[in-house]
Design a protein around this ligand. Structure first.
Ligand code: ZN
Length: 414
């Protein structure tokens, strides 16, 4: 049998008329097929459970560099940029990103070119070209992305926070990569980056660690036969999932104050806690409850008080920077000049508010109200574009591999 159709009930929004089918190809590639007769775009996203946390020591950015090398040409379609040209000529777009635990490749295009677009896409994962002459060009592309990020305060603060964690934990590393980490330093040590790249690809990219979502106007049977035909040649080495279970912060990394000079004008106060990832408690979503209250702007709220005192202009709280085994909760406050002189008091007020929440416990009517809002949001959400939808679902399919009862459509309170 070429495929097995998984016997799982797919929980979908009430208003969703699309049809879904989940299958596993004989190479263990997990696939979700979506048929939408009303769509004017087809789309696909392939998520690989390998990200920058897998970078070898001394080759920071290798997973990101592989994303670049894999996604520009294949042996079947070797002409450089012909894929991008094909997709843009057919009304579509394509991109990829490398995160800490996953790399995601995706495209959309007009529905009439579905078959060829899918074939070109599949070939990247069957036989990517990764030619030697593209090596330097793509290292430079990675480097120029990094140069751009150097101007982003958000990126700078994120890297600073990683720096203030356990050196032995993958969270500590620099995942983006640049010329220094991918060319200058390896060369000095006699390491051939391209050879390491090929080794990394052979060793880590395996169909059983991939999740594919395909969205099309065609019927589910038609999409299924195309997917079987085009994707079953992806190599499967039955690689076990990469897991990074320890916590990146120990007591020496906590209760510290760091002052950093931003590029943009203005003052931001960021208070960060390591937390259990809320996905572990996805049915209760404790972070959603907490950020709802801490973000509240009504009279008597923290935000209201800070603004009234003239110390802050904006407050944001929520979970971010999450990984499968650890996560962080942030409170970020945009301070006024006056607010900067009252930082200690602002932190004092925040902790007083948290203490108040702890003392009053979980308030049932607030939880129920929030739960009803989330449920309505899930069932009546406006259709998002096929390309965003496939990326969201393929990423979620990887997340649910470690938390198997989580619904794949939405990380929301149900
Ligand atoms: Zn990139």
């Amino acid at each position: 049998m070429a495929v097995s159709i998984e016997d799982v009930e797919i929980l979908k929004p009430k208003t969703d008329k699309r049809e879904y089918r989940r299958i596993v190809l004989k190479n263990s590639l997990q696939v979700l097929l979506i048929s939408d007769p009303d769509t004017d775009k087809c789309a696909a996203s392939l998520n690989v459970g390998v990200g920058s946390f897998c970078d070898p020591v001394g080759l920071e950015g290798l997973a990101h560099f592989l994303e670049h090398m894999l996604f520009y040409a294949s042996e079947k379609y070797p002409l450089e940029d012909s894929y991008l040209k094909y997709i843009t000529e057919h009304g579509g777009s394509t991109n990829a990103f490398t995160a800490s635990e996953m790399t995601n490749y995706f495209f959309d295009a007009n529905t009439d070119c579905f078959e060829e677009a899918l074939d070109r896409f599949a070939q990247f994962f069957i036989k990517p070209l990764m030619s030697a002459d593209a090596t330097m060009r793509e290292i430079k592309a990675v480097d120029s992305e990094n140069k751009m990020y150097l101007l982003s305060d958000e990126r700078r603060m994120s890297q600073l926070q990683k720096h203030l964690s356990l050196e032995s934990h993958p969270y500590h590393k620099f995942g983006g990569g640049n010329c220094d980490t991918l060319d200058v330093r390896p060369k000095a040590k006699g390491v051939d980056t391209r050879q390491e790249l090929l080794k990394f690809y052979e060793d880590k990219y395996s169909a059983n660690l991939m999740h594919l979502v395909v969205y099309s106007k065609e019927s589910l049977d038609k999409i299924q036969s195309l997917v079987e035909d085009k994707f079953q040649e992806i190599q499967n080495s039955d690689r076990s999932r990469f897991q990074f279970s320890s916590q990146p912060c120990t007591s020496e990394h906590l209760q510290i104050l760091v002052r950093a000079v931003p590029i943009k004008q203005g003052h931001k106060l960021r208070i960060v806690w390591p937390i259990t990832p809320s996905i572990v408690h996805y049915k209760e979503e404790p972070c959603r409850y907490l950020d709802h209250l801490i973000n509240h702007e009504g009279e008597g709220s923290l935000s209201y008080v800070l603004k009234k005192l003239g110390w802050a202009t904006e407050l944001y709280a929520g979970e971010d920077d999450r990984a499968s085994e650890f996560s962080f909760f942030y409170v970020v406050i945009d301070l006024t000049d006056a607010g900067q002189d009252h930082m200690q008091e602002i932190i004092g007020l925040l902790f007083k508010y948290i203490q108040l929440l702890q003392q009053s416990g979980v308030c049932k009517w607030i939880f129920d109200e929030l739960s009803a809002i989330c449920e309505t949001g899930f069932h009546y959400e406006d259709k998002i574009s096929p390309i965003d939808y496939v990326v969201r679902i393929s990423s979620n399919m990887q997340v649910i591999k470690s938390h198997p009862f989580h619904p794949i459509f939405s990380i929301s309170l149900l």
